[in-house]
Design a protein around this ligand. Sequence first.
Ligand code: SF4
Ligand code: SF4
Length: 342
Amino acid sequence: MEKVRLGRTGLVVTRLGWGGIPIQRVGDDEAVSVIRAVIDMGVDLLDTARAYTNSEHRVGLALEGTHKPVVLSSKSQVRTAQIYDDVHESLRQLKVKKIDIYHLHAISTMEDYDKAMGPGGAYEGLCRARDEGLIDHIGLSSHNLDVLVRTVDEGRVSVIMACYGFLEPDAAAKVFPLARARDVGVMAMKPFSGGVVENAGAALRFVMSTEGIVPIPGTETLEKARENWKVFTEGGPLTEADKEYIEAVRKEFDRRFCRRCDYCQPCTEQIYIQFVLGLKSTIKRFGAQVREAGWMKDMIEKGRNCTECGECLRRCPYQLPIPDLIKENLSLYDSFMSGEGK
Ligand code: SF4
Ligand code: SF4
């Protein structure tokens, strides 16, 4: 089974990890059986986060029933040294004494980076946790490639998490070579671009063709977990059919797919643009749970304040028609909430 060394952490893991976002969508029992099956298949890197509601808890439940060694990765969005308390909570949820890798989660801008890495910031809290033996390695996840380049360049973390898939392939040229040169491990998240891509074969063969990284596709069903594992173990380059599929999906989504990089910010109306642009995918992934998710409502209502001022359009490197996409996503959300949508 193909293994990869996660940079200077020295950890050697199977070159297919597992991501803990989708597992939030199923019940406890199903979640536990999927996670255990994934471990039994041979996956030995599990990623979760404080922000993924019940995900850490479910990973913890699954780990109680297995003795196979697993590398655990979790993360917190706290930006101050108080992140130390989140590490304790993660340990409690995961029911372990130590977490192998703990990330600063979703550092979206340089200001965010400065806050987390500066005096009194989250990095200090994670150093304390590491000194006390609560975690082994510090990592950083971001959707912003400039932030990742700076992170690797400054060399204060051992692992990064970057989005990588055929709809957002830029990290391969911009970030991965530098990470390799600096011996920083790379976990590649969102190989299916947040659920936009449905062809597991094409998506995984694409990311697997890049050496030295560990893709971490999330799965919430046995069927999907087995499918991913099959693609991984069979290996092989992209097929002609994969290439045609990739071309077609790129054509369809190139000017519609939000890479969640936040370059468009700040919005003059404080709209969290990437969140609103991701509504269609959120509804697709979380279904009926979206109707109950009160925390989303404020962010969604803010989206209705778009004045079409065009400020964000100048900043989006992918030339997305942001105001149009906001309207489209809100209208889809409205019809979903009124019961017309699926
Ligand atoms: S066009 Fe809309 S989303 Fe873009 S900056 Fe203006 S108000 Fe914000
Ligand atoms: S709208 Fe453009 S700039 Fe804003 S997060 Fe999406 S891809 Fe990035």
